[in-house]
Write a new protein. Structure first.
Length: 88
């Protein structure tokens, strides 16, 4: 899983039938220092995250392992909303 921040929402009125009803979020990776990195993904939101929230997301075949995304054309999925993280 990768640490990220939801920075926006993506609307697509025309999309694959298997994606209908899924919320798409724009997520930028976060460094351990809490600063945004330049890399971003569009991820299916499986947990109800909102803009500004810190999240964990999975990519690749792991993104198709949630109940919502199983066997769907998805390459990134938000799997958790992060309450807090500590580094040493």
């Amino acid at each position: 899983m990768i640490l990220g921040k939801v920075v926006g929402t993506v609307w697509a009125t025309r999309k694959d039938e298997q994606l209908v009803g899924m919320k798409l979020q724009l997520v930028r990776e976060l460094g351990l220092d809490g600063k945004l990195k330049s890399k971003f993904v569009v991820a299916v939101d499986s947990v109800g995250a909102g803009v500004g929230e810190t999240v964990l997301f999975a990519q690749g075949s792991s993104a198709r392992q949630t109940e919502l995304t199983r066997n769907k054309p998805v390459d990134a999925v938000i799997t958790a909303i992060v309450d807090k993280f500590d580094t040493k």
